[in-house]
Write a protein that binds this ligand. Structure first.
Ligand code: BEZ
Ligand code: FE
Length: 298
């Protein structure tokens, strides 16, 4: 039997459902913390509206509970299925949008993802963050400035990325540190380093979130990207990525992380083309990208 549509709900029944919403809302009236009260009452309003709009069946409600239970069971110190769920629902990105209004030409933020780890090695300007991770070398350069255009000297840049096989170092069994590092801008606010040309990879999809994507015909693939976290004193910390211009996944990133302003031109160079730091690589191609970062006042 298909559930009744909201329009078909008789007046008496509608009254019963309205009464319950009112009673549940009132149960939070005496909360000491006004923000918590606002959050819980709004959540109750939206949740009940959802249940009533779709005329949620008891079987569907049980399936939702089972889904959340499975998400809890697969979550560990190294695997966060609830963050993944928030990501694929666009909730992570919407929270970032709400809290990071891009003002005065500041660089836009995007999702942090699950693969940032503290304690990356420091590399010098022009150094190599790949540290043996497989992939095509990519020369990454740019500046860090504030919104008035003043260079930010000594800004700390944390950079991390997947290798050519689509894995971050922490996804390998053995302890390896590759494809991640931090460095500091020079007196002119400039930086440069060797990384890898980003390639596509799937978000972890062997759990309940992966099953959900599968059942809804969605791909787990992320558009190729390079993660950055920029911190400097007196300025707002920025967590973002840059994406590869022209990539076919830009329009269907699994976590909705792509923003137009973060799509960059990665120019490809033939084997043997001299590199910006004067290397000669007769045997392999390389790419080059510029990313100028603008940080807002804290
Ligand atoms: C990532 O960029 O690595 C990522 C972001 C969100 C969910 C999963 C992976
Ligand atoms: Fe990533």
């Amino acid at each position: 039997m298909s559930p009744a549509t909201p329009d078909a709900v008789p007046d008496r029944q509608r009254q019963v459902e309205d009464d319950l919403v009112r009673t549940v809302l009132a149960s939070f009236d005496d909360a000491d913390d006004p923000r918590l009260k606002e959050l819980m009452q709004s959540l109750v309003r939206h949740l009940h509206a959802f249940i009533r709009e779709v005329r949620l069946t008891e079987t569907e409600w049980q399936q939702a509970i089972d889904f959340l239970t499975a998400a809890g069971h697969i979550t560990t110190d190294r695997r966060q299925e609830f963050v993944l769920l928030s990501d694929v629902l666009g909730a992570s990105m919407q929270t970032i949008n709400v809290n990071n209004a891009a003002g005065e030409g500041a660089t836009e933020a995007t999702v942090v993802g699950p693969f940032f780890v503290d304690g990356s090695p420091e590399i010098p300007l022009g150094g190599d963050l790949a540290a043996g991770a497989p992939g095509e070398p990519c020369w990454v350069e740019g500046t860090v400035t504030d919104t008035k255009g003043n260079p930010v000297r000594g800004a700390r840049l944390e950079v991390w990325e997947a290798d050519d096989d689509g894995f971050y170092d922490v996804q390998y069994d053995e302890e390896r540190v590759a494809g991640r590092a931090h460095l500091f801008t020079d007196d002119q606010g400039a930086y440069a380093f060797w990384g890898l040309t980003p390639t596509p990879y799937p978000i972890p999809h062997d759990g309940p979130v992966g099953k959900l994507l599968d059942r809804t015909g969605r791909s787990p693939l992320r558009a190729p990207h390079l993660h950055f976290m920029a911190t400097a004193s007196g300025l707002r910390t920025l967590i973002t990525h840059i994406f590869v211009e022209g990539d076919e996944l830009l329009a269907r990133d699994a976590v909705f992380g792509v923003k137009e302003s973060l799509i960059k031109n990665f120019t490809r160079h033939k084997a043997g083309t001299p590199t910006p730091d004067g290397r000669a690589w007769p045997e392999h191609t390389w790419s080059r990208v510029r990313f100028d970062i603008v940080l807002q006042q804290a």
